[in-house]
Design a protein around this ligand. Structure first.
Ligand code: DAH
Length: 342
């Protein structure tokens, strides 16, 4: 019986050496370890072995069984690796010199403009912050100096949630949290999606994007505000842009302004984009109201700051010459194709 076992071992090793495919391995497995396999057969008939040898033969057979199982496993691994190598060598070649197909897909125009603005602002030392889309009434209104029953709330027809929270109507909703988080001095922008219950038309959507910014430090003045906005918009339009401020009312700033730019398309001569008005209203802004600073834990006697709320959707429309705001949320890929954005 012992010589039968060593004979079997030899057979198995020889057969294993000749293995070429996983089918060969399976054949060996069936021949030796299958239900009627040669090793299993010995174990089944162990009762017929002479009593004095039974234990030893049983142990040796079991050991050989484990050995064969291990051999089969490692052979399988070996084959797998070989097959993979063959694939790489012969069938699957990667040509890293093939030019990228940049016709496949593109970023959304709002994403492009947002990223561009983030690059410009971070180069000027601003951090980029995130705001929530679901906000508390306090953050969206009270903390930016718009208490309950303030008429300014009427301008922002709000989607209220059943739990008393709301979909943020303005990126200004993050001002308070950011002031409390960083304190002064502070330079931050916070882009985000805003929601208002608007009647939809070409220039009104219930969902739109803004980019808010704040700079707070000692002696920050309107001159700083103008400088930053001018630099920013000149970068966006890739040319020197003229800006002007008109008085505007927003409860969170004092004084508040509407910032206009001289139409970058016709340099103020009058065209379709500026509706022959030469100037385009682009960015409400102002000096942060002392109440807002106080609620943000910042002493208005020591610090001052400016804030602005740039309409990202609006800017994307101008940049890509889109005349219907609704196209931006339409999920219609033809819109992107039409804009020819790469
Ligand atoms: N939150 C205002 C809005 O959505 C825009 C705005 C105006 C933001 C003036 C500001 C600001 O930070 O200073 O209508």
């Amino acid at each position: 019986m012992e010589s039968k076992l060593s004979n079997l071992k030899e057979q198995i090793i020889n057969k294993m050496n000749d293995v070429k495919t996983s089918a060969d391995i399976e054949k060996i497995r069936v021949e030796f370890l299958g239900k009627k396999g040669k090793l299993i057969d010995i174990l089944k008939n162990i009762k017929n072995v002479e009593a004095s040898k039974r234990k030893e033969i049983g142990e040796k057979t079991n050991l050989l069984k484990v050995e064969v199982e291990n051999l089969i496993e490692s052979k399988k691994e070996e084959l797998k690796e070989k097959e993979f190598e063959n694939k790489i060598k012969n069938t699957e070649k990667i040509d890293i010199t093939i030019p990228v197909n940049d016709k496949i897909g593109s970023l959304h125009p709002i994403t492009i403009v947002q990223k561009e603005l983030e690059d410009i602002f971070t180069s000027m030392g601003f951090t980029v912050e995130d705001g929530n889309e679901v906000e508390t009434e306090y953050n969206n209104f009270e903390a930016v100096n718009v208490p309950k029953y303030h008429p300014a709330r009427d301008m922002q027809d709000t989607f209220w949630l059943e739990n008393g929270q709301l979909l943020k109507t303005q990126t200004s909703a993050a001002q308070n949290k950011i002031m409390l988080k960083y304190g002064a001095p502070l330079k931050a922008i916070f882009p985000g999606r805003c929601f208002r219950n608007e009647a939809l038309d070409a220039s009104h959507e219930n969902t739109f994007f803004q980019m808010e910014g704040m700079m707070i430090d000692k002696n920050v003045s309107i001159a700083n505000l103008i400088y930053f906005m001018k630099t920013l918009l000149s970068e966006v339009f890739k040319k020197d842009v003229e800006v002007r401020l008109r008085p505007g009312y927003f409860p969170f700033v004092e004084p508040g302004f509407e910032l206009d730019i001289k139409c970058p398309y016709c340099s103020g001569k009058g065209c379709k984009v500026c509706k022959n008005g030469s100037w385009i209203e682009l960015c409400p802004c102002g000096m942060i109201h002392p109440n807002v600073l106080k609620m943000g834990g910042i002493d208005p006697e020591e610090y001052s700051g400016f804030a602005f709320g740039l309409g990202l959707s609006r800017l994307a429309m101008m940049k890509y010459n889109i005349n219907d705001l609704r196209a931006l949320n339409s999920c219609d890929l033809r819109v992107l194709k039409q804009m020819n954005i790469k």
